[in-house]
Design a protein around this ligand. Structure first.
Ligand SMILES: [Zn+2]
Length: 223
């Protein structure tokens, strides 16, 4: 059993869409989960459908959505780094990795979930994943947590092989759904029927039903 799981992603909703079921599995069995969320997704283009956010109100709205999603998933502690959305690649990697290192020392996780640098599409995902891997690589080998990385670049399976961790989350789908609904400004655009509560559980073999059944990760190997 894990001692403590540390989740490190740049945007409110990365924790839910990518690994909400896995997080809920941990919290349900009493494993504490801390989420480091680097930005408030303030540069996002989705403002709800119909719009309920504006460029000015979006950060506050997304912060409230994030807190609600964390509650739905049983996340014990949320650490907001307060970085600006879409700018993580321009942060000083040394300063940022020092911050992550400090959190690692404090939380002492047995497992870290983050994005696979180079395979996670969005520059923020790749940059924060890279800095996180850098911070972990600086820990003495015997103190390093396990690292599961999330990847979804179109060609990632060709380049990395299949993910070695395929987690069946179907028993936690209600919790993941609750977290998806909490991220209203985003899910109303991506999954309108789910966000508006019209669908309890999608039955067709579409990407949504897939994301309520399985979450996949690669174990990161430090060279
Ligand atoms: Zn993201």
């Amino acid at each position: 059993m894990e001692q403590h799981v540390l989740v490190i992603f740049p945007h409110p909703d990365d924790e839910t869409f990518g690994c909400g079921g896995t997080i809920a599995q941990f919290t349900q069995t009493g494993v504490p989960v801390t989420y480091v969320c680097a930005t408030l997704g303030q540069m996002g283009r989705n403002m709800g459908k119909p719009f309920f956010a504006t460029r000015e109100s979006l950060p506050n709205i997304r912060e409230a959505e994030l807190e609600e999603a964390c509650q739905a998933l049983g996340i014990q502690r949320l650490i907001k780094l307060g970085l600006r959305d879409k700018t993580i690649e321009f942060e000083d990697p040394e300063l940022l990795s020092a911050r992550i290192e400090q959190i690692l020392q404090e939380v002492r996780p047995s497992l870290v979930l983050t994005h696979y640098p180079g395979y996670a599409v969005h520059p923020d995902h790749n940059a924060l994943g890279e800095v996180t891997i850098l911070a972990i690589s600086r820990l003495p080998v015997q103190e390093r947590p396990m690292v599961y990385v999330h990847a979804f670049a179109r060609d990632c399976q060709n380049r990395l092989g299949p993910p070695d961790i395929i987690n069946d989350i179907s028993a936690l789908s209600e919790k993941k759904l609750a977290a998806i609904r909490a991220h209203r400004s985003q899910s109303q655009v991506f999954f309108p029927r789910i966000a508006n509560g019209q669908t309890k559980k999608p039955s067709s073999k579409n990407s949504l039903s897939h994301m309520l059944e399985r979450e996949s990760f690669w174990t990161y190997h430090f060279s």
